[in-house]
Design a binder for this molecule. Structure first.
Ligand SMILES: NC(=O)c1ccc[n+]([C@@H]2O[C@H](COP(=O)([O-])OP(=O)(O)OC[C@H]3O[C@@H](n4cnc5c(N)ncnc54)[C@H](OP(=O)(O)O)[C@@H]3O)[C@@H](O)[C@H]2O)c1
Length: 260
């Protein structure tokens, strides 16, 4: 697809379909809402089907878009290929965007003290699953001249004591996306962007602490003002809405007064 000949979006002038992983909360959910407001039909991926269905109902009612809830455990990477074949066959329209936001940070703490139990899960969900998803989704994104946006982390750009396993997955993801973008540079079929957010007030902190109770990590106790999921979603929307002749390969969003 020659991107220079047209603006972003499906060839028929519609926004096309956006697939969003991690759509049941935080950045993924905020991004899904933004993309629905831009007219994208949605494929919503995460484990919590009730949340996905509620979001699908909400955006369909508010914006008149089609939204498909696809409950998937991305830790089960051996089942991903079959699941994706079904998802790709059920797309409501051309795949003009994929935003890969699913991830977690369980198993944190200094390496000598941390519980290594969840490290394999982190590697699967944060690194192997997005690698496999990217490989499977690229042909459909290429066909639509679409956008691939991968959510990395600021902790994938610099040493982060206390979060070494998580940093390892996000460094790995950054290396994968940057290398892929370089492979594709001579003849890009779709645009590829790595977004590296800093601390963001989502369920991430409470999941990391082993509970989904937001009181576990009360942001009022944080020594700085974290980003909101909406800040990252706005970044995704900005990346997607660049004119067809431009590409944003990396975007970093960090709290102004962050102290890590
Ligand atoms: N919050 C931060 O400070 C921060 C900073 C930088 C980067 N990030 C990254 O930003 C991304 C979004 O995180 P968030 O802050 O929005 O956290 P969040 O609110 O906890 O959202 C994480 C999402 O990932 C999904 N997920 C987790 N494990 C999964 C699995 N096994 N299979 C399928 N989906 C799974 C969750 O859905 P289910 O639980 O329903 O499966 C949820 O939708 C992550 O990649 C995270 O590493 C976060």
């Amino acid at each position: 697809m020659d991107r220079s000949t047209r603006m972003p979006g499906a060839a028929d002038g519609t926004a096309g379909t956006a697939l969003v992983t991690g759509a049941s909360s935080g950045m993924g959910a905020a991004t899904a809402r933004r993309l629905a407001a831009r007219g994208h039909d949605l494929v919503l991926v995460a484990r919590r089907e009730d949340r996905l269905k509620a979001l699908a109902g909400e955006v369909s009612a508010e914006h008149g878009v089609a939204a498909l809830a696809v409950p998937l455990d991305l830790e089960r990477t051996d089942e991903l290929s079959d699941a994706l074949t079904g998802v790709l066959a059920a797309l409501p329209g051309p795949l003009t965007a994929a935003v890969l936001a699913a991830g977690h940070g369980r198993g944190h703490g200094p390496v000598r003290e941390a519980d290594p139990g969840p490290w394999e899960s982190q590697l699967r969900v944060n690194l192997l699953a997005p690698m496999l998803l990217v490989r499977a989704l690229l042909p459909a994104l290429d066909a639509a001249g679409g956008d691939l946006v991968v959510i990395g982390s600021l902790f994938g750009t610099r040493p982060s004591p206390g979060y070494a396993p998580y940093a390892a997955t996000k460094y790995g993801l950054a290396g994968f996306v940057r290398s892929l973008a370089e492979e594709e540079r001579p003849a890009p079929g779709c645009r590829i962007c790595l977004i590296s957010p800093g601390a963001t007030n989502t369920e991430f902190a409470s999941v990391l602490a082993g509970a989904r109770d937001p009181r576990v990590h009360d942001v009022a106790d944080w020594p700085y003002h974290p980003l909101l999921a909406e800040d990252v979603a706005a970044g995704v929307e900005w990346v997607l809405s660049r004119p067809a002749h431009a590409r944003v390969t990396e975007l970093t969003v960090d709290p102004l007064d962050a102290r890590y």
